[in-house]
Design a protein around this ligand. Structure first.
Ligand code: HEM
Length: 414
């Protein structure tokens, strides 16, 4: 095992804070490499990543290989609490392969439709206006905690039946639910604390599912999910619903926060492009795609290798852990001209793979894009001056093996 002082890899703080120079360096040698300290194969090239995501027999979503960045005793301590006091997660949706994957996905596709996302626009706009009201009233804000977190957070929390004042409780649940994947330095004691918080969330949502089973007809996301099965389909069990909520919350909350934060940082760093977007709002969809390309909110996700395979000349043994690194694929110079330049007019920005690719393509992509679009239309309409109130200094991000949790972004606004 190499120490953090002389090792440069995905587990180090420096690379997590700004992984792009590391990707560039590695990809210049080969689009696939092994992270020796955690025995992980990284698939970073755009073509190689798409091929792996399309080859579901070789690259399985079943978590057999697991997150090797977290110690097994930490995972076991967490799971023991769920087993004893709450519910263990069940293999479904993101954690299974076809044909198993298809059942839940088919039912959920009926909920996450473009029409449904459109129906939520007034609510997204109302939450956004409320957040902009507060920042304008004060003339300043810490954008992450006062905008990028509460916009998607309050949206999901409301759908769970919480009011806006209860949003901090939801936020703590989400933090706990992400901890095992996010924090590769967590101790056993910390894991027990986090697992107990997830158990609290589980008991809360189980009661909410029950209410919606008794009172069909609601239009909130949870009601729709509980009742989305067809007459000839098995409804989701309580354990399945608990796991689906886990995937929706961990997949839909801080990811969108990352996208909103990245968008604001990039506009501040490129004032000419902020002006361009203010002047020509038809650039908004491509701005959103370029943000997602340039700074993928999910930098990478796990796959388990089911049989020996050779990718880009690298032999990957059976039972290896692999990680498709979306954040690196989006900077692949074979696909994107001058990949390290941010350009809201980039013609092929939408070829990024920040929402994944293939059967597991993000269920909430349209919802996330809508939240980004509503957020920046309203911000640019109502806030005529936005500037940094404190410099962005290293470390800019909290530690994370796969997300981009910006620590803080202090703004002066008018
Ligand atoms: C900018 C924000 C988001 C990003 C970058 C993002 C990214 C991703 C990625 C990369 C995947 C592929 C996972 C895989 O292949 O294993 C995925 C899947 C998924 N996402 Fe998102 N996501 C975002 C927002 C959301 C939202 C808002 C929701 C729901 C409220 C959501 C729910 C899901 C679910 C349930 C899956 C699993 C789908 C499946 O396995 O069939 N995501 N997302």
């Amino acid at each position: 095992m190499t120490s953090e002082t002389n090792h440069r890899g995905l587990t180090t703080r420096e690379v997590q804070d700004n992984p792009f120079p590391y990707y560039r360096e590695q990809m210049a040698k080969c689009p696939v490499w092994r992270e020796d300290d955690i025995n992980l194969y990284v698939i970073a090239g755009h073509e190689e990543a798409r091929a792996a995501l399309g080859d579901l027999k070789t690259f399985s979503s079943k978590p057999a290989a697991g997150n090797r960045a977290v110690k097994p005793e930490v995972v076991m301590a967490y799971m023991k609490v769920l087993e004893e006091k709450g519910w263990m997660h069940t293999p479904i949706l993101q954690r299974v392969d076809p044909p198993e994957h298809g059942r839940a996905r088919k039912i959920l596709n009926r909920v996450f439709t473009p029409a449904q996302v459109k129906a939520y626009v007034p609510e997204i706009e109302e939450i956004t206006h409320g957040l902009v009201d507060s920042m304008l009233a004060r003339g300043e804000c810490e954008f992450v905690k006062e905008f990028a977190l509460p916009l998607p957070g309050k949206f999901i929390a409301r759908h769970l039946g919480l009011n806006d004042a209860e949003y901090p409780r939801f936020r703590r649940w989400a933090e706990a639910m992400l901890s095992l994947a996010q924090r590769n330095d967590m101790t056993v004691e910390e894991a027990i604390v986090e697992a107990n918080i997830e158990v609290e969330e589980q008991h809360f949502v189980v009661a909410e599912f029950e209410k919606r089973r008794m009172n069909p007809g609601g239009t909130d996301l949870i009601s729709l999910i509980v009742h989305a099965h067809g007459e000839d389909e098995e409804p989701f069990t309580t354990t399945e619903l608990i796991t689906l909520m886990h995937q929706l919350i961990t997949g839909g909350f801080e990811t969108t926060t990352g996208a909103l934060s990245a968008a604001m940082v990039l506009l501040l760093r490129h004032p000419d492009q902020m002006q361009m977007l203010r002047d020509d709002r038809s650039l908004m969809p491509n701005f959103i795609e370029e943000v997602l390309r340039y700074d993928a909110p999910v930098q990478g996700l796990w796959r388990s290798v089911t049989c020996p395979v050779n990718v880009a000349g690298v032999d990957i043994p059976e039972k290896s852990a692999a990680m498709v690194r979306y954040g690196a694929a989006n900077r692949d110079p074979r696909v994107f001209d001058k990949p390290d330049e941010f350009d809201i007019r980039r013609p092929n920005a939408k070829n990024h793979i920040s929402f994944g690719f293939g059967v597991h393509f993000c269920l909430g992509a349209a919802l996330a894009r809508q939240q980004m679009s509503s957020a920046f239309h309203i911000l640019l309409d109502r806030v005529t001056e936005i500037e940094l109130a404190a410099p962005l200094e290293y470390p800019m991000y909290d530690r994370s093996f796969f997300l981009r949790p910006l620590r803080e972004l202090h703004l002066r606004v008018r």
